[in-house]
Design a protein around this ligand. Structure first.
Ligand SMILES: [Zn+2]
Length: 340
């Protein structure tokens, strides 16, 4: 097969790769129906995360099971499945507590690279969730979104303790932040504030359920959120960027007793201890345990109650993956869908 390999900053190649094979008896081989470029793929693409040697890349996928190892019991060839970017046994104490992204047996779910027509997924039974039957083509973008951006936005809103009637604010207007709007609406937030100065992203946020758009950033953004919430700050803040500015904007926009769910991959963020001490906010974040939410998310998509696939505003053949990276890097696209 041909698959995607990152060689270094801005050097993405679609090239000949070995066909993935079953290695462990708990593995499955998936034929990819759709995959995509993640915001976090842009960190190595931009050279922020060093690339020391060429490696396969990509970790968002859905598709049809081709083959399973001898120890796989529940997942069967021919099923359409969605999985997370971390594999999980879904049985250890950490998984049982709902933190499958830190499974004691877990590893990266796409060791052969997700931006490829076939991939090997470890711990298939605990990692993959099958749909009731074969989805129609128009559902595939939303099911793909469930494998990362929707699951991550959902975790962020859950970690931010969004409750019926509450006020939620979102820092970061990428696909994850936009999906957090969908989550906050489903969780019953009365007011959903998206912090964005991008016209098309703000419009999609409104379509997903945002009630207010705040264009200010940093201290001015914090002041604006306070002004909108009687001087208190929002109950729930989602941080979906991963920089010092976005993290402090999230913490400072949260009222005392409120919650911050942070899912932007942290890059050189340092939180001043004394400020955190006096803030009296709850912080919970990290790589999202997408697997916890997958059954519910697939159900909502299957019943057409949510349409997170709208975050894909660029659709390309998989072999044009490098253009997908360029478009997202230059912010010409929110998220690029890649079709094998
Ligand atoms: Zn586990």
């Amino acid at each position: 097969m041909r698959g995607t390999v990152i060689y270094g900053p801005r050097d993405i190649r679609f090239e000949e790769r070995p066909d993935p094979q079953i290695i462990e008896p708990t593995d499955a081989i998936i034929r990819t129906s759709a995959t995509c470029v993640c915001g976090s793929d842009l960190w190595p693409y931009r050279g922020v995360d060093p690339v020391t040697e060429p490696r396969p890349i990509g970790h968002e996928y859905c598709g049809i099971v081709e083959e399973v190892g001898s120890a796989v019991r529940n997942i069967k060839p021919g099923q359409f499945v969605v999985g997370s970017f971390f594999s999980s046994d879904n049985t250890c104490p950490i998984c049982q507590a709902g933190y499958q992204s830190r499974c004691v047996r877990g590893e990266f779910a796409c060791p052969t690279g997700g931006q490829a027509p076939y991939l090997r997924v470890p711990l298939a039974d605990g990692t993959l969730v099958a749909t009731p039957y074969m989805p129609s083509d128009d559902l595939i973008p939303s099911l793909l979104a469930a494998s990362d951006v929707l699951g991550t936005g959902w975790f962020a809103a859950d970690a931010a303790n969004v409750r019926p009637g509450s006020t939620a604010a979102i820092v970061g207007d990428g696909a994850v932040g936009l999906c957090a709007v969908i989550a906050a609406k489903q969780m019953g937030a009365e007011r959903i504030i998206m912090m964005s100065r991008n016209v098309s992203r703000a419009a999609l946020a409104r379509e997903f359920g945002a009630t207010d758009i705040v264009e200010e950033r940093g201290d001015e953004g914090v002041a604006r959120i306070k002004e909108m919430t009687g001087g208190l700050g929002a109950h729930s803040l989602v941080e979906a960027v991963g920089t010092q500015e976005s993290m402090m904007q999230a913490i400072r926009s949260t009222r005392a007793g409120g919650h911050v769910g942070f899912v932007g991959v942290s890059h050189d963020v340092e939180i001043p201890g004394l400020e955190l001490f006096y803030s009296e906010v709850h912080l919970l974040g990290g790589p999202a345990p997408v697997r916890r939410f997958l059954p519910e998310l697939i159900d909502l998509i299957w019943n057409r109650q949510i349409d997170p696939g709208k975050v894909f505003d660029l659709r390309l053949p998989l072999e044009q993956v490098a253009e997908g990276y360029r478009a997202m890097d230059e912010r010409r696209a929110i998220k690029a869908l890649l079709m094998p």
